[in-house]
Ligand binder design. Sequence first.
Ligand SMILES: Cc1cc2nc3c(=O)[nH]c(=O)nc-3n(C[C@H](O)[C@H](O)[C@H](O)COP(=O)(O)O)c2cc1C
Ligand SMILES: [Mn+2]
Length: 489
Amino acid sequence: MAYASFTDFTNALDKAGELKRIGVPVATELEITEIADREMKSPGGGKALLFEKPTIDGRVSPVPVAVNTMGSRRRMAMALGIESIDELAEQMRLILKAKPPTGMREAWTLLRQGIDLLHARPRHVSDGPCKEVVHLLKDEAFSLADLPVLKCWPQDGGRFVTFPVVHTRDPDTGERNVGMYRMQIYDGCTAGMHWQVHKVGARHGKRYYERGERMPVAVTLGGDPAMTFAATAPLPDGLDEVLFAGFVRKKSVELVKCETVDLEVPADSDYVLEGYVQPGETRPEGPFGDHTGFYTPVEDYPVFHVTAITHRKAPIYPATIVGIPPMEDFYMGSASVRVFLPVFRMNFPEIVDMALPAEGVFHNLVFVSIRKQYAWQAYKIMHGLWGMGQMMFSKYIIVVDEDCDVHNTSEVLFRLCANTDPQRDSTFIKNPCDALDHAQTIPTIGTHMGIDATRKLPTEGYTRTWPELLKMDPAIKERVDALLKRPLS
Ligand SMILES: Cc1cc2nc3c(=O)[nH]c(=O)nc-3n(C[C@H](O)[C@H](O)[C@H](O)COP(=O)(O)O)c2cc1C
Ligand SMILES: [Mn+2]
């Protein structure tokens, strides 16, 4: 089911008892973060929050701020209009099953075709609610300063748009990309554009730079949350996020032309920030209290110049906060892993399950369970994952046997401690690293570690007898179940 607007979505959350409305004034400077942080750290991710009277420098903004709208398993599924993320994973599996691909490349091609066949292709429309109010730059009556943008953490370099959906195009092929890259507000008409070096936005930017052309960029906020999720999903370069969003919500995304740049954006957006990046122009960005739980330092990033802002008559400003985990993004990342697990399994059928625990902030820690059949299969899986899209960033990969629940960190740690000889069972490799990781000596490159915590085979040189894991007799379990149902004294 698709939502007609972001307001539709927050109303659905409200009806489901998943929304807390906060009617008293709360400052966009730090106070919203403190409330949201407490909520996100409450059991299961707490509730979504709608701040109806956010203040900017003491003035009440007419635009409400929504936070933590996808920050639980249930709300993440609701955002995509489904009961459970498993439904979507099952659809992915079925597309791939129709004609099993022989490799990764073919799997993605097949997915694109499958998604296309499911009538997910965007529709082009001539107008939309995102244009109910149009401000061209020359008005000067409205600017970025009018949005209730958060200053998240005390040492942040300013206010940051934290849920921006950034639309760009490959100047060579015309292919579209949509990614989520945070934006630091510099003034009413300029902002930082934090696409990291490994991301598709940065690749597009590099091509504009090489061609010596100005790069059109459009940023949307709000609208159907399926689009926002698609912007964060680790799709391979070339798989259109707009197509993917259409597939997820089972309804074509309606695209409308921008007013001042040659790009199209979802017509249902709450806000559209139109503008451009001048290749070669950079400006210090940060510090910013980041996903890692630490401040990322000041670094030069491209500058986004606003040429127009259009919006709905009654928009909601969607935001998130990132910081020490667990935060809202954990639920978004977990949904991605779940949805793309069938793709991983296509290439590596022995993979049973996979988890990226919150403590690892996506890239730092990956648990994989496998059905092990031959010697050193765990290493094959590690190397396979390290070669796959954004999984290349995985700092530690721990491989366990199929009977270990990777979503239970305590169970994985038990296997790790019990089943490994540290030197024998670990491997180190060199690979690109997440741009946010402060631990590496040189940014964006470093080593990763893989640990094989599976039971060892004679063919792996283990000639002792591997012991059996304790397990109660099923008949006894049944008898005790029955016994405990009756009064014990
Ligand atoms: C809340 C949130 C904020 C993010 N901020 C950034 C960011 O500032 N820069 C960045 O490069 N990636 C950021 N990401 C990750 C990207 O959105 C993600 O890697 C996405 O898959 C990139 O899409 P692309 O492959 O089309 O570039 C963020 C993700 C989330 C969930
Ligand atoms: Mn992409």
